[in-house]
Write a protein that binds this ligand. Structure first.
Ligand code: NOJ
Length: 557
């Protein structure tokens, strides 16, 4: 750990709210959320207290992966609105003193992007090398890599009888980052948006930009048709050269916030990505803690590992770089369903988990609906899924003879669609999301769980988030203070202290649905300033008895 002082920056003081535009608010009744819908809800976001909005891709797209397949980086997808709507959104966000960051998807484009259309047109086209093309090998794909979205990572294009690489869906061909002209075209596009006055980017899948030289086959001891291929394209040596150049050519010239999505980067390697001295990215979205819940959906919440992962990130980056703090996004299941208890202790578990991640050092991200404790949904069959991974999985498993009931069961607990159900605004039709038929079924629990109900209840999850945000804004210790894990070996409780100058704070969160006792001392001048039970437990005689999922925060005042 470094003792360097932590420098102050606006983006370190950010609380980011992530919008998945398709599911946030539909203004025109077509069942799909849109930019005018976002504008309608800006006062809600301002009132929540957040100061930065990250909006997932809104660009022109065939929507194979809900906008992560872009066919024109400089136009708005018609279902979401127009460039005029975007300009209005940016203006309205800024008028409320908030900032707006966009999603930058540059590991791949859509197969309908003009660059790809040109590239596929002939082996001699000047953009041929902007994507990754190879000949077949022994009548098969050029190598045995599996795509992240199931099936092969290659598709044969009859136009020139060569395969192109796609590590995500077949409609998301990977750009070839080795090609200088391609990189230059990307940088021009990035600068165009920055010149428009946006406040930064979340950079999609950037740790996948570099592929293993030679694109070798993977060892295949199990005799699989295609082998999970992460080591061949995730955080491969050399990827930081691309990240460095991207930053130097674009972001470095502006005062913006940059958040890289960096699967495969652990806390020991994080410094290379976010060290302030290296002038690359401000922070990265890491995946270490999201993997603590396995892909079969079996409850395997491991508190000891969670503590180790978070405290390593805190320690390794203190005074060096910055953390992006999150427990939900559009790719993972709802946190109360994953680590909490959505039936018996929904409010308590949502709020205890919230305090746990939110008050560490870093910029907290809130994914839409997390602030009201939205839960995973029900899937009754294939038609209830919209995600491209689910669709591929159904096709593959059906061809293997599995029934739809079996397949539904296999993916219901982990499907990304759990997080993508429409935002629950009120108890009216379609949860107030749309007057039409929503593109994805509304979670049937919307009559109990919605913004309107929660805003009236002082004890609600929504009001707890407001308090957390205010607390962080009013006390710099929760932003810049150092972090130390306390009660390291406690089996139920995640607790830590923050220190800034001579001030100290203590965050104690029971993450289990049962009572538990903690031996802990606090200085007499420390006062309880936040709790998630009305009758909150107090530290007396050097110990505290916590109720299920109870959290308490102390601050030296
Ligand atoms: C990560 C995004 O978060 C996810 O939604 C998307 O499917 C992949 N990258 C591909 O762009």
């Amino acid at each position: 750990m470094s003792n360097n002082a932590v420098t102050e920056k606006w983006w370190k003081e950010a609380v980011v709210y992530q919008i998945y535009p398709r599911s946030f608010k539909d203004s025109n009744g077509d069942g799909i959320g849109d930019l005018k819908g976002v504008i309608e809800k800006l006062d809600y976001l301002k009132d929540l207290g957040i100061n930065v909005i990250w909006i997932c891709p809104i660009f022109k797209s065939p929507q194979d992966d809900n906008g992560y397949d872009i066919s024109d980086y400089q136009d708005i997808h018609a279902e979401f609105g127009s460039m005029d709507d975007f300009n209005e959104l940016l203006k309205q966000v800024h008028a409320r003193g908030m900032k707006l960051i966009l999603d930058l998807v540059i590991n791949h484009t859509s197969d309908e992007h003009p660059w790809f259309l040109e590239s596929r047109s002939s082996k001699h086209n000047s953009k041929r090398d902007w994507y990754i093309w190879r000949d077949e090998k022994n009548g098969q794909e050029p190598n045995n890599w599996e795509s992240i979205f199931a099936g092969p990572a290659w598709k044969l294009d009859p136009e020139t009888n060569q395969y192109f690489m796609h590590i995500f869906s077949a409609k998301q061909p990977d750009l070839n980052w080795e090609n200088k002209d391609m990189r230059k075209a990307v940088y021009d596009m990035v600068r165009w948006w920055l010149d428009k006055g946006i406040d930064g980017f979340r950079i999609d899948a950037i740790s996948h930009a570099k592929k293993m030289p030679g694109l070798p086959d993977l060892p295949n001891p199990k005799g699989l048709k295609y082998v999970p291929s992460y080591p061949m394209h995730m955080n491969v040596d050399g990827v930081l050269d691309y990240v460095g150049e991207l930053c130097e050519e674009t972001f470095a010239k502006y005062d913006v916030m940059t958040v890289g999505e960096a699967n495969g980067v652990n806390s020991a390697k994080a410094e290379d990505w976010v060290s302030e001295k290296k002038k690359r990215l401000n922070m990265i979205i890491q995946f270490e803690h999201t993997k603590l819940w396995d892909s079969l959906g079996e409850e395997k919440f491991n508190l000891a590992e969670l503590k180790e992962i978070f405290s390593n990130w805190q320690k390794n980056l203190h005074g060096i770089g910055w953390n992006a703090l999150f427990v939900e996004n559009h790719d993972i299941t709802r946190i109360v369903s994953r680590w909490g208890d959505p039936e018996k202790f929904r409010r308590e578990s949502a709020t205890s988990i919230a305090a746990m991640y939110f008050l560490m050092q870093g910029s907290p991200f809130i994914y839409q609906g997390q602030e009201i404790g939205m839960t995973n949904t029900e899937f009754n069959g294939p038609d209830d899924f919209q995600d491209v991974f689910a669709k591929n999985h159904f096709a593959i498993r059906r061809s293997e003879g599995a029934t739809d009931t079996q397949i539904t069961k296999e993916i219901a607990h982990t499907s990304r669609d759990n997080a993508r159900t429409p935002m629950q605004w009120n108890a009216d039709k379609n949860a107030g999301f749309s007057s039409g038929t929503p593109w994805l079924k509304v979670n049937p629990n919307y009559q109990q769980i919605n913004v309107e109900t929660e805003s009236k209840d002082p004890q609600s999850i929504l009001n707890f988030y407001k308090n957390l945000i205010r607390l962080r804004r009013e006390n710099k210790i929760f932003i810049y203070g150092s972090f130390d894990l306390v009660l390291q070996d406690h089996l139920d409780v995640f607790a830590y202290s923050r220190k800034l100058g001579s001030q100290e704070a203590l965050v104690i969160c029971n993450l289990k649905g049962k009572n538990t006792t903690v031996s802990i001392k606090v200085k007499p001048e420390m006062k309880q300033i936040l709790a998630n039970y009305q009758q909150a437990s107090q530290i007396t005689a050097n110990s505290i008895e916590l109720k299920p999922f109870e959290c308490v925060v102390y601050l030296q005042v």
